[in-house]
Write a protein that binds this ligand. Structure first.
Ligand code: ADE
Length: 284
């Protein structure tokens, strides 16, 4: 795409999702309706009112560096533009909806499904972390599913690059209560380990149907998190229990890294390279 786009270049269809200062619509190009896009529309007024200008700028920069087809697990960004009221992100359309909705429909997933989805999440987070990016809001709502069962991580609106964490964006809670890491609640710290914590919560949720920490209100949820107060609801294979237990520890430095997760015995049967070759076939 060479010349700058405008909203008139697209026909907007149904709403796909809603954030605090943005709405995502399915859209097609006016001149070529064969391909769907997900266009995220951010209200300039809200962004300014809620002091999020820096966040959308970071989201754009990170997606430009990570989401240009560098990894199939990161939502692709095709272009951005703006008009008087809004900023627009033209993103890859992922047709299977949110992982959250799959979990709501099916409840706990069988082990093979959990492993398939978790392995892709680990592989994608490993790519992000290798590129110095912390997502900071990993949760089943931000994980989309393609028709062929591929996961795509979206919503980098809370993300930051490692270089900026300590000085810049560590002090405030930006995630979602159920998946927020204890170090953010206790010490206002947020690093790579905070994404790993969220992966542990997601793995628990894949196998149990609900996140490990969920109180009647946010405060109760936070209390459960810092007390590591969670219980297994369903019979679960010991390897998964051990893996989740190794992740859900208070000290982020004691959690496995994304590279160590790829070596976990429960994921021993995953063909990491074959899978990425398969993705290459689909994407290149
Ligand atoms: N909802 C939010 N982002 C989306 C995307 N990229 N594709 C489909 N649905 C979405």
């Amino acid at each position: 795409m060479s010349s700058k786009r405008t909203p008139e270049d697209y026909v907007f269809h149904e709403k796909l999702g809603q954030g605090s200062y943005s709405t995502v619509f399915r859209a097609v190009e006016r001149n070529n309706s064969a391909r769907n896009y997900a266009v995220k529309v951010c209200s300039k007024k809200h962004i300014i009112q809620e002091r999020k200008v820096k966040y959308v700028t970071i989201e754009k920069d990170l997606l430009n560096s990570l989401g240009r087809g560098g990894h199939p697990g990161i939502v692709q960004l095709f272009c951005t533009f703006h008009d008087a009221e809004s900023l627009y992100f033209v993103l890859e359309y992922v047709s299977g909806g949110e992982l959250l909705n799959l979990l709501r429909r099916t409840g706990p997933l069988p082990e093979t499904w959990s492993r398939h989805l978790f392995a892709q999440l680990v592989d994608t987070v490993d790519y992000m972390h290798s590129n110095g990016v912390i997502h900071r809001d990993l949760k089943p709502e931000n994980v989309l599913l393609s028709q062929e069962g591929r996961i795509v991580i979206t919503d980098f609106g809370a993300a930051c690059s490692i270089a900026n964490t300590v000085q810049d964006r560590s002090a405030s809670f930006v995630g979602t209560a159920e998946y927020v890491a204890p170090e953010l609640l206790l010490y206002s710290q947020c690093g790579l380990g905070s994404d790993i914590w969220a992966l542990g919560c997601i793995l628990y949720q894949l196998t149990q149907g609900a996140p490990p920490f969920r109180g009647d209100n946010e405060l109760r949820t936070f209390e459960q998190i810092v007390a590591l107060d969670y219980k297994w609801r369903l019979p679960t294979i010991p390897q998964v229990v051990t893996l989740v237990q190794s992740i859900l520890v208070l000290d982020p430095l004691l959690r496995p890294t994304s590279k160590q997760l790829k070596e976990d015995p429960w994921l021993a049967s995953v063909k990491w390279n074959i899978k990425s070759t398969l993705w290459k076939g689909i994407w290149e």
